[in-house]
Design a protein around this ligand. Structure first.
Ligand SMILES: [Zn+2]
Length: 91
């Protein structure tokens, strides 16, 4: 089971990242953290090849930041111990 990390993933909102902007891949949603956050939702992320807004919508819909990562992400059981503070994407 995954354990809380100090930083919140900009895509799935779980506390899953050991650092910010360190190009860590989130185990929960497979977003690669290039430092982008909610203030740049509509900017295309280089390593992820989509916008953060699209990745967040993917996570809500299919449980992964991108369709190609669906089989790679942590299962609900694996992520059950992780803290999540969900942020609103639409504002
Ligand atoms: Zn994530």
């Amino acid at each position: 089971m995954l354990e809380d990390q100090p930083y919140q993933c900009p895509c799935c909102d779980f506390y899953s990242l050991p650092s910010r902007g360190g190009f860590e891949v989130c185990p929960v949603c497979y977003w690669e953290d290039d430092g982008q956050d909610m203030d740049r939702l509509d900017e295309e992320s280089g390593p992820n090849h989509i916008t953060l807004r699209a990745a967040r919508m993917n996570f809500e819909r299919i449980g992964a930041s991108d369709a190609s990562a669906v089989s790679l992400v942590a299962s609900p059981g694996e992520r059950a111990g992780l803290r999540r503070e969900q942020r609103a994407t639409y504002h």
